[in-house]
Design a protein around this ligand. Structure first.
Ligand SMILES: [Ca+2]
Length: 475
């Protein structure tokens, strides 16, 4: 008897913020094919990552564990391939599994993809044009054979994914992970979209000229300002360094955001190709299709590009899911889902028990329109890299439905433990109902004293629950 469990097509891009998708109300672009997933299924309004950078979020998605458990806290950590992950469990239960595209969890033999019948991945970040990809050696599935390909990376990843689908064993359900490099910096469009937006100005975000007042020093000290901290290749032309901060942000924003959106336009086309294939093969009803990104991104918000901060645009992940047999078309939910939950959700659909140590929770009931009464009301976040990339401070915090409390603990990971004297620890509290743009911390406002107390208690509970601990809290 053929195994009739649902197929899974998991499409994940790199740094695609929800506010650059028309189904999320984008003011700056249209994504008709991504919108097809949203109109055919559910759009999650509050999906968040536990650490807003590539490798840690990817490891969390695969393992269903927090960063301090799976060990990939920073960009310098690789994933131990002997660790369990949802692909291994699906495969062991009878699924055919494949991974195509960005891996970014290590290139050494002990960090290669594991849990896949087939894998074909970019080494490290990979290239947009004519990339090298490492294809699993059928004679030695733990080993990849480097091959130089001709073409544009988003097209190629889709081509390889479609080839794998065409050649699969139709008696078994499949789980295909399509991991695009796009739209990661430095945003190199293909020829087809190179001149999109040439004759128009893209609307600027409301906070492009943020002055970083009324917040912790971390915001002011971060080196991720559009134009100001960019390299020439980010805007594909020499940056006029004689312009002041304000003028430079204005000048660079248009070049930056247009390339970002051009790269996304190719993603959208290619997602359309995959959806067309599922339609043509009559697979759409039996296939769970997910579109997400490993975290969000600042699209000029707060004057920034990049991510890392626990602020909304970076914390939020787009998450669309279509599965006509269980999920109502055109639905949305405000329930809070995390990258930590993806693994258990897929296992739930496949009828496979999660392994002990997974820390998420299946949101399959939420997707079916029945959010459990005891569903989470807050989430714990931690960014571990103190003053490395973009000079961002390490921090942890809690986000609830209304509030966000952040602690910049001013200590480097693995350092002596001494507090960085030039940067004392600082707290921020945002009332997201009154200040959705997070421009004014009310941490020191006596009117919020009780809120602070409650949030700290809840944060410590979540922190202990997932096996992490506070760092010398003061203030
Ligand atoms: Ca990323």
């Amino acid at each position: 008897m053929p195994d009739k469990r649902p197929n899974i097509v998991f499409i994940m891009t790199d740094d695609h913020a929800a506010h650059a998708m028309s189904c999320y109300g984008s003011r700056i672009n249209q994504t008709p094919n991504l919108d097809r997933i949203a109109t055919g299924g559910m759009r999650l309004c509050n999906c968040f990552c536990t650490n807003s950078i590539c490798a840690p979020s990817r490891a969390t998605i695969l393992t269903g564990q927090y960063e301090h458990i799976h060990g990939v806290r920073t960009l310098g950590d690789d994933l131990d391939r002997t660790r369990n992950n949802f692909a291994k469990l699906l495969r062991a239960s009878g699924y055919q599994t494949a991974l195509v595209g960005k891996w970014h969890l290590g290139t050494k033999p002990e960090n290669r993809p594991a849990g896949f019948d087939y894998w074909n991945v970019l080494p490290g970040q990979g290239l947009y044009h004519d990339p090298v990809m490492h294809e699993m050696d059928p004679a030695d599935p733990d080993h990849g054979i480097p091959k130089k390909l001709k073409g544009y990376v988003t097209d190629l990843i889709t081509d390889i994914s479609l080839d794998w689908l065409r050649n699969r064993d139709t008696d078994k359900p499949f789980c295909l992970l399509v991991h695009h490099k796009a739209p990661h910096r430095e945003w190199e469009p293909d020829d087809k979209h190179a001149h999109m937006y040439d004759d128009i100005d893209i609307p600027e975000p409301d906070t492009l000229y943020d002055d970083y007042e009324n917040r912790a020093a971390a915001a002011r000290e971060a080196k991720m300002r559009v134009g100001v901290h960019m390299k020439d290749k980010d805007v594909k032309r020499p940056i006029p360094r004689d312009l002041d901060d304000h003028a430079l942000r204005k000048w660079a924003y248009q070049y930056y955001i247009k390339d970002y959106l051009r790269v996304i336009a190719s993603v959208d086309d290619n997602v359309g190709r995959l959806l067309d294939y599922l339609d043509a093969e009559d697979l759409a009803d039996d296939t769970i299709v997910v579109y997400t990104s490993d975290q969000g991104f600042f699209l000029g918000d707060h004057g920034w590009y990049d991510k890392r901060f626990m602020y909304e645009q970076s914390l939020r992940m787009p998450f669309l899911i279509r599965y006509p047999r269980e999920i109502e078309a055109g639905s949305t939910t405000d329930a809070m889902a995390l990258n930590l939950d993806f693994a258990q959700t897929f296992l739930d659909y496949a009828g496979v028990e999660p392994y002990p140590g997974m820390q998420g929770r299946s949101f399959r009931p939420v997707l079916a329109g029945h959010t459990p009464d005891d569903w989470r009301r807050g989430m714990y976040y931690r960014y571990w890299m103190h003053l490395s990339h973009h000079n961002v401070y390490a921090h942890y915090g809690i986000r609830t439905e209304r509030y966000k409390l952040i602690y910049y603990y001013a200590q480097a990971l693995g350092a002596s433990g001494a507090i960085d004297d030039s940067r004392p620890p600082e707290w921020e509290l945002f009332d997201l109902e009154r200040d959705p743009d997070e421009l004014h911390s009310v941490y020191a406002d006596p009117a919020y004293a009780d809120v602070v107390k409650e949030l700290k208690a809840e944060m410590h509970r979540l922190q202990a629950d997932c096996g992490d601990e506070p760092v010398d809290e003061v203030g």
